[in-house]
Write a protein that binds this ligand. Structure first.
Ligand code: GH3
Ligand code: MG
Ligand code: MG
Ligand code: MG
Length: 313
């Protein structure tokens, strides 16, 4: 590739490009056989609060992509022994990597390469030599668009927690990990008790506030590795990695105790409180996701049968 000596190695930071990128704190993989370029970019991106990994060839890039989760990849085309195009194939064949934001960083300035890369699914194409500020601005723009898209596609608009689509996608990946590195994982199915009467008595708007309040309370009482999603109207699910059913029950009991004492304010200074019923099931090797969810749902139904306001295994 051309351009390494032509890059402006100026230390002057563009306050705008850098500070925008700093707000995102992303993890970036640089794939390029040019050592000088890689270490220059790593240093600049680190100054902008990014976590950066480097790969000098396609094989080391594949290894890193299997081990870590990245927000974005920059890819050089001319590398040895395999060209950057070989990595495209690897990325696009893997459902977990297919949508990873990708910027081609290449010395090749001909239209056929650009068209080919966009056709293969590149999100952007930057030719060498380039200014760091322009690359930083493009990285920022791409990450921002990706995150906005993810918010729209994977979040429940009322409560802000993940939706069922995201849950299904993530839980599949989580189970793949557990099949390689066995560990317990539990699923909780939650259904608010007598929620229809909350709506009927206080109105739909108050019902919405209850849903938001419960989602928030659960979220702040869970770990960052736990996966909370709104499954349906007044139903939520939580996947708890590295958690047995007994541990999951204790966590949910703690949350139920907190919900019970939390007053939901309504008009004229009056207030009421809510409860929920929950079912817990641990995943067993070979179990389908649908079977696992059904098992937790059945346990939730038992909790309703036994008088609600409780957690059943
Ligand atoms: P149970 O204790 O057996 O679960 O009774 P329930 O009243 O909670 O259950 P039911 O399934 O009869 O009613 C669920 C209610 O949830 C009915 C529906 O109007 C309400 N609901 C579903 N989604 C929303 C929502 O987004 N906002 C509000 N306010 N209510 C919702
Ligand atoms: Mg190269
Ligand atoms: Mg229900
Ligand atoms: Mg209900």
């Amino acid at each position: 590739d051309i351009g390494l000596t032509e890059i402006q190695m100026d230390e002057e930071q563009d306050p705008i490009a850098g500070s925008m990128l700093r707000t995102l704190k992303s993890r970036i993989l640089l794939v390029d056989d040019d050592d000088v370029l890689r270490s220059y970019l790593t240093r600049r991106l680190q100054l902008d609060d990014s976590v950066v990994d480097e790969a000098a060839d396609v094989e080391s890039a594949k290894k890193l992509l299997r081990e870590h989760t990245y927000d974005l990849v920059t890819l050089d085309l001319m590398m040895h022994p395999q060209s950057g195009y070989e990595l495209f194939e690897f990325l696009k064949e893997d459902p977990t990597l297919k949508w990873l934001p990708l910027i081609v960083l290449s010395g090749r300035d001909d239209v056929s390469d650009k068209v080919r890369c966009f056709h293969l699914g590149a999100d952007d194409y930057v030719t060498k030599p380039f200014q760091y500020e322009e690359l930083a601005a493009r990285i920022y723009g791409l990450l921002k668009r990706t995150r906005n898209f993810e918010q729209l596609a994977f979040r429940d608009p009322l409560t802000g927690v993940f939706n069922r689509r995201y849950f299904d996608l993530q839980i599949g990946l989580e189970l793949q990990r557990i099949e390689r590195y066995p560990a317990p994982i539990s699923l909780v199915f939650i259904d608010i008790d007598n929620f229809k009467s909350v709506n009927d008595t206080y109105g739909h708007h108050v019902g919405d506030l209850v849903l938001q309040g419960l989602a928030h309370l659960m979220q702040v009482n869970l770990r960052s590795t736990d996966l909370l999603a709104r499954f349906g109207g007044e139903e939520f699910v939580i996947a708890l990695p590295n958690t047995t059913v007994d541990q999951a029950r204790a966590i949910m009991q703690d949350i139920l105790d907190k919900v019970r004492v939390k007053a939901v304010a309504k008009n004229e200074g009056q207030s009421f409180s809510i409860t929920f019923s929950a079912g817990v099931a641990e995943w067993q090797v070979g179990m389908l996701i649908a079977e696992w969810v059904a098992k937790a749902d059945d346990a939730m139904y038992q909790a309703k049968q036994q008088g609600k306001n409780r957690i059943v295994l």
